[in-house]
Design a protein around this ligand. Structure first.
Ligand code: CIR
Length: 266
């Protein structure tokens, strides 16, 4: 959700990584995530959300869904309503059920993306009432169209972009973030494949290749949460005047997870 300043959030929903976390989907070669470190990083992530003023609600880990900690993929939550997704990876579709239970307490009207549509929340980026929806290996035309219809019915604008031309982006928000005040954070590849036509883009913070992971940062109220050890992006973000909270995300990165996907914020 966001208002004119992209950030009037009061709550977040998260799910700590469970003991099966390391058997989730990943394209990364290298050592598996360390479960203790992942748990500690998740705790720090939740503490950062609280520092921004949010009440953080926790879902219990479900061992049959190792990727369940990436809750952002399971719902699109806006200031005017929410919709459950239908994640594009078959191993993840069941994650939605427990998220639905939690969200229904807040959003009694809770529609869902229907088959054959698939949609991951990581493919959805809001910029002050306008939504970019990425067509990806996880989000198909039907899912994107269903979400666009839903958002339009709420009075938002929605625009679909095709990111399937690049293997570098698992999700739309793998390569970009909107942090309010007409300011975008984007990798070079995202700039190539995502035209910002129709979106105000007063400033674009270029993310260098070696810090590409930091393109997935999140504005929450007066703060921007960003992965640690990305000094150039962090320096650029500091010039925006927001408080910068740098978080160690190393164990989630090993599972292709970005910073934003660890929470739903609303
Ligand atoms: C997956 O491949 O589905 C998970 N291992 C990572 C999902 C990350 N989600 C996101 O960036 N929105």
């Amino acid at each position: 959700m966001s208002g004119p300043n992209a950030a009037a959030f009061t709550r977040a929903l998260v799910r700590r990584p469970g003991s099966t976390f390391a058997s989730g989907l990943t394209s990364a070669a290298g050592p598996p995530p360390d479960l203790i470190a992942a748990g500690e990083q998740h705790l720090a992530y939740c503490a950062a959300l609280r520092e921004t003023g949010l009440i953080v609600s926790q879902l219990a880990p479900e061992l049959q869904f190792p990727d369940g900690t990436f809750v952002e993929d399971t719902a699109i939550v806006t200031a005017r309503g929410a919709i459950l997704t239908r994640p594009g990876a078959p191993s993840r579709t069941g994650e939605v059920e427990s998220v639905a239970v939690a969200l229904r307490a807040i959003f009694p009207q809770l529609p869902a993306i229907q088959a054959p549509g698939t949609l991951d929340g990581g493919d959805v980026c809001e910029a002050d009432g306008r939504f970019l929806i990425g067509l990806s290996t996880r989000t198909n035309e039907s899912g994107a169209a269903q979400l666009a219809d839903f958002l339009t019915s709420l009075g938002y604008e929605a625009c679909v972009v095709d990111i399937r031309t690049t293997a570098a982006l698992l999700h739309l928000k793998t390569g970009l973030a909107y942090i309010g005040d007409d300011t975008w954070v984007m990798t070079r590849i995202a700039r190539q494949v995502v035209p910002l036509d129709g979106f105000a883009a007063r400033r674009v913070i270029d993310v260098p290749e070696e810090e590409a992971y930091a393109a997935n940062c999140v504005r929450v109220n007066d703060s921007v949460l960003v992965p640690a050890r990305c000094p150039r992006v962090i320096d650029a973000l500091r010039t925006t005047g927001h408080r910068i909270l740098a978080l160690d995300m190393s164990e989630f990165k090993k599972m292709d997870g970005g910073l934003s996907c660890l929470s739903l914020r609303f």
